[in-house]
Design a protein around this ligand. Structure first.
Ligand code: FES
Length: 132
């Protein structure tokens, strides 16, 4: 039986609310960056996430395709996305909505990327927020 996480906080090594993940300027407008927390850990003990920027708005998703539970890409250079529109898994090309992570098309029907709640403070620091 599968025990796939359905909530970001159930993913191994998920950072607690109040963790500073990054700075808004770590990602340019219309771009997506692959990051991991903590930044200095080894991959087996890190939480891999995607950080997206639209203007001053930052969105964060777990870097985990709903199809096979693998990263959407293994290297930043291989990450596929259409700015402000969608992100695509480079394994079997499932398409996810930029704005909320839901499956648009492909091997993810009825599922989606797991959004991580974040807030950005006046200095541009991106913090993990409490679930609402
Ligand atoms: S693993 Fe992402 S679409 Fe299959």
């Amino acid at each position: 039986m599968s025990h796939e996480p359905t909530h970001w906080a159930d993913v191994p090594h998920a950072p607690p609310a109040g963790t500073c993940l990054a700075h808004r300027d770590d990602v340019a407008d219309g771009q997506v960056v692959m990051r991991a927390w903590p930044p200095d850990g080894d991959a087996a003990s890190q939480f891999a996430y995607l950080m997206l920027r639209s203007g001053d708005t930052i969105r964060v998703y777990v870097n985990r395709c709903a199809h096979f539970g693998v990263p959407l890409a293994n290297k930043q250079v291989h990450l596929m996305y259409q700015p402000h529109t969608r992100i695509t898994c480079n394994v079997h090309y499932a398409h996810y909505d930029w704005h909320d992570g839901h499956c648009l098309d492909g091997e993810c029907a009825g599922t989606g990327l797991l959004p991580v709640p974040v807030s950005v403070d006046a200095d541009g620091q991106v913090w993990v927020a409490a679930d609402t």
